[in-house]
Design a protein around this ligand. Structure first.
Ligand SMILES: Cc1ncc(COP(=O)(O)O)c(C=O)c1O
Length: 453
């Protein structure tokens, strides 16, 4: 048997969860091991390189290619929009994919038990969270899973509660489900956000059946404490509002911060009133591999959502995600301080060299939520937006003007804050999931453009 045949057979068997009975399906005794010269081979003490910029241009990615198409190549030195990262993936992912690709059949896939086990083990190992494997439902993304949940509990025309500013993608899910957004703006003190519980309670009415909780919150980067989550959970339980806890960014915990899974709260009745939605897609930048999962301790809620949920799994998505969750700890453990350093770098830079911008370091996520309200004023973005709206089919926001201005003057593309609902005005979201050199380039460009404004 050639080395390649051996590899592909071995990978196939492992993917099928059959390694232990390899002999039973007629493998030869030859067991090829991947060559040490393959680019994916790394030892446990490997130092991963997050510092060397890694170009993604020309890979049809939204973060770079779509912005180049929109703003022009000359206006995109740094793409800092959509939430994925620029780094080379953890080597264990490429290795697992390469091995699987050697087996040249791509027919229908059963749900591999080993993938569910890797999800359960990851949550237990990293957060002490116990998840019953029988309650884990795979999905092709958090979006389709959330949509199924919203459609289950919130009929068209009813309201879904959010604490805002909140992830812009939730709004398109709500539109798809024909439900109405009910924004509860968070309070902001010294750059830190907190839930306005009085406001939240006031906004619950007879037709508010669900609340989307984002922990940590995209775009503000807030992690919610056990006390906050408990208070929110009690309120929702009392008012019969099901909590949909989106914890997709939970693995990005910055120095000194803590992720409290909603499902880990001690009050079982609160947890039973929720479903949790997660993925490894932010953690390991596997977004287009289309794999996520949800679970609940409440069999009734789970069964009802499953009826409305239709999502297929795909082979490469399973292989990549399983490898990441099984062997990716050391990569992530090195990435986290790097991202933390990125946040600190931006906070210090903005404080020292960008008087028109404010930034308070995020507690979680690789997203920086910049207060650019003074930039809005400086460049007359409100007036320009009002003027542009007269001829545009959709309203143009001042933040969209800031986005364009920054692309044209600093060659940096970020996401306009108004997309994130009430409270997003006067802000831009900057994605720090990239090398420090790119961040420095972006900040230098911005500082120089703002100085000239
Ligand atoms: C809070 C949050 N939820 C969900 C998603 C999208 O999840 P998926 O790609 O699994 O559908 C994102 C992507 O940015 C996100 O930030």
């Amino acid at each position: 048997m050639s080395k390649n045949q051996g590899l592909s057979r071995r990978a196939f068997l492992r993917n099928a969860g059959m390694t232990a009975v390899a002999g039973a399906v007629g493998t030869s005794t030859s067991r090829a091991t991947p060559s040490a010269s393959t680019p994916f081979e790394r030892t446990a003490d490997t130092v991963f390189d997050f510092d060397t910029p890694y170009s993604r241009i020309g890979t049809d990615c939204i973060k770079w290619d779509e912005q180049i198409a929109k703003f022009g190549k000359e206006n995109v030195a740094v793409g800092m929009g959509i939430a994925d990262m620029d780094f080379r993936a953890a080597p264990c992912i490429g290795k697992a994919l390469a091995e699987r690709c050697e087996h040249e059949n791509w027919g229908y896939l059963q749900t591999p038990k080993s993938y569910i086990e890797s999800i359960v083990a990851w949550n237990k190992r990293r957060y002490g969270l116990e998840i019953d494997p029988d309650t884990v439902v795979l999905s092709s993304g958090v979006h389709p899973a959330l949509i199924a949940a919203i459609q289950t509990f919130s009929p068209p025309g009813s309201k879904v509660l959010l604490t805002t500013p909140s992830y812009n993608g939730f709004y398109s899910d709500l539109t798809y489900c024909r439900v109405t957004q009910e924004d509860s703006p968070m309070k902001r003190v010294d750059g830190r956000y907190s839930i306005d519980f009085e406001d939240l309670e006031r906004r619950i009415s007879h037709d508010t059946n669900t609340l989307i909780l984002c922990n940590p919150q995209n775009p503000t980067g807030n992690f919610w404490s056990a006390e906050d989550l408990t208070r929110l959970g009690e309120l929702c339980l009392e008012r019969r509002v099901v909590v949909l806890a989106d914890e997709i960014h939970c693995d990005f915990v910055m120095k000194g911060q803590k992720y409290t899974p909603f499902a880990s709260l001690p009050n079982k009745r609160i947890v039973d009133n929720s479903l949790t939605f997660k993925a490894a897609s932010k953690t390991f930048s596997l977004a287009a591999m289309k794999s996520a999962w949800f679970f609940s301790t409440n069999p009734d809620l789970l069964a009802r959502v499953k009826v409305n949920h239709r999502a297929d799994i795909n082979t490469l998505g399973v292989v990549a995600n399983r490898a990441a969750l099984t062997e990716g700890d050391s990569w992530l453990d090195q990435l986290l301080p790097y991202i933390d350093g990125n946040h600190e770098f931006v906070e210090a830079y903005v404080r020292e060299k960008m008087p028109l911008v404010r930034y308070t370091k995020a507690q979680g996520t690789y997203l920086a939520w910049l207060d650019v309200s003074q930039v809005v004023d400086k460049i007359g973005a409100k007036e320009k937006a009002a003027e542009a709206s007269k001829t545009s089919p959709k309203p143009v926001t001042p933040e969209m003007i800031v986005q364009k201005w920054l692309a044209e003057n600093a060659k940096v593309v970020m996401t306009p804050g108004a997309e994130y609902g009430t409270g997003g005005e006067g802000h831009m979201r900057m994605n720090l999931g990239t090398s420090r050199k790119m961040i420095e380039l972006a900040l230098n460009n911005m500082a120089s453009a703002l100085n000239k404004a």
